[in-house]
Design a binder for this molecule. Structure first.
Ligand code: GLA
Length: 385
């Protein structure tokens, strides 16, 4: 988006004067789902859509938060204790980050901030990680300029989401949003936080994000349930041999687990982690068909073993795979609604969208949305205007 359009938005809200503009992307995970909290490898990338943050300094100790996408305003008094407040809704994410950065001893001064998001709402493309990382970057950029430590940002934002907002997520989303790089996916070892950039080149195919437009119901409680099931699996395996995390276990360790449900959950985690490594290898070799097949296997495992897909995600993936020229598809993110991705030959993308859209609507009654997606940069300062 153009800087002057963003500046005009800000001026409408807060009046004339100079404005600084920042951008934080959403993320898409290519493969490695429900793996971050099990200590394995994930393979996400940052999107080119996300949340813009327009900022102007104030003379007092107040941070005003407004969003172009929601009504109302949240006032944060920097001299008072900052607390989670249900009625502040989305504002709790930036509030938590402001509190954390103050606690770390950084200078935090009065600001007027306006957020504007072009991420689809509730679609599982990590708008919460985007607003957290954006707020952290704005405040730290004001202290250190471009010299901010992005891994530290990812870690602190995950902590805010876990402890201040109360959502028990892993590190993947915040990491992808903070460290994304244009045209590259990030291979991240969630146990050590070692990471590598891998060029994301699908040759004559495109990455299509398919939004089921089914809101993610019960996602939080089911998410926590899955985490607990994985902890249980790890506990059982550990009574037989020493492993640091579930992804370090082998498929043969599954024999130790008697409970069928716990065994299925563990099987997903162990096999998905292997698929990530395979997917990165074949992508590096330029074998897009093999990469896409692994996406299909990933979806199957998330459906049958991890049970986080549901009617809408399964239908959109099935319909996608019926179209000639679609090489692979899977759900992405936490599941229970939200988005799926597909690898589609460039020459059939338009037809693909038409077909899947029609058939998905017929089967579910819901209009899906499609975005031909590029992999973009992580959070950044766009300039002063
Ligand atoms: C959500 C969480 C992530 C990760 C994914 C599933 O997006 O925020 O930490 O666990 O689900 O891969």
């Amino acid at each position: 988006m153009e800087l002057n359009v963003l500046k005009d938005m800000f001026i409408q809200e807060y009046g004339e004067g100079e404005v600084e503009v920042y951008f934080s992307p959403g993320r898409v995970n290519l493969i490695g789902e429900h793996i971050d909290y099990n200590g394995g490898y994930v393979f996400p990338g940052a999107l080119t859509i996300g949340i813009y943050g327009m900022v102007r300094e104030r003379e007092d100790n107040i941070i005003r938060l407004r969003s172009k996408n929601a009504n109302g305003e949240i006032i944060v008094n920097l001299q008072e204790d900052i607390r989670y407040d249900e009625k502040d809704d989305w504002g709790n994410y930036p509030k938590g980050v402001i509190k954390k950065i103050k606690e770390l001893g950084y200078n935090v001064n009065g600001l007027d901030i306006l957020f504007y998001s072009n991420l689809p709402d509730g679609a599982g493309l990590s708008s919460s990680a985007a607003i957290e990382v954006l707020t952290a970057y704005i405040l730290l950029h004001k202290n250190k300029g471009d010299d901010v430590d992005r891994v530290e940002i990812a870690k602190m934002c995950q902590e805010v989401e876990n402890k201040f907002v109360g959502v028990n997520c892993g590190i993947m989303d915040q990491f992808a949003v903070a460290l994304g790089r244009e045209n590259n996916a990030i291979l991240l070892d969630c146990a050590s936080l070692y990471y590598e950039y891998v060029p994301f080149d699908l040759k004559d195919a495109s990455l299509v994000i398919m939004n089921t437009n089914k809101r993610r119901e019960l996602s939080e409680s089911k998410y926590n349930e899955r985490r607990a099931e994985c902890d249980k699996a790890l506990e059982i395996i550990r009574t037989h041999r020493e492993v640091e995390n579930l992804c370090q276990a082998d498929v043969k360790d599954l024999d130790y687990i008697e409970d069928e449900v716990i065994k299925k959950r563990a099987r997903h985690a162990i096999t998905e982690n292997i698929r990530v490594k395979d997917a990165v290898r074949v992508l590096r070799e330029g074998d897009i068909e093999a990469f896409s097949k692994l996406l299909i296997e990933s979806h199957k495992s998330l459906k049958d073993d991890y049970e986080v897909t549901g009617l809408h995600l399964d239908t959109i993936v099935e319909e996608a795979l019926k179209v000639k020229g679609c090489l692979g598809a899977r759900m992405t993110g936490a599941g229970f609604g939200g988005c799926a991705i597909a690898v589609v030959k460039n020459e059939v993308v338009d037809e693909f969208i038409k077909e899947v859209s029609k058939n998905y609507k017929e089967k579910t009654g819901i209009e899906a949305a499609f975005y031909v997606s590029k992999i973009g940069d992580g959070v950044k300062y766009m300039g002063r205007c």
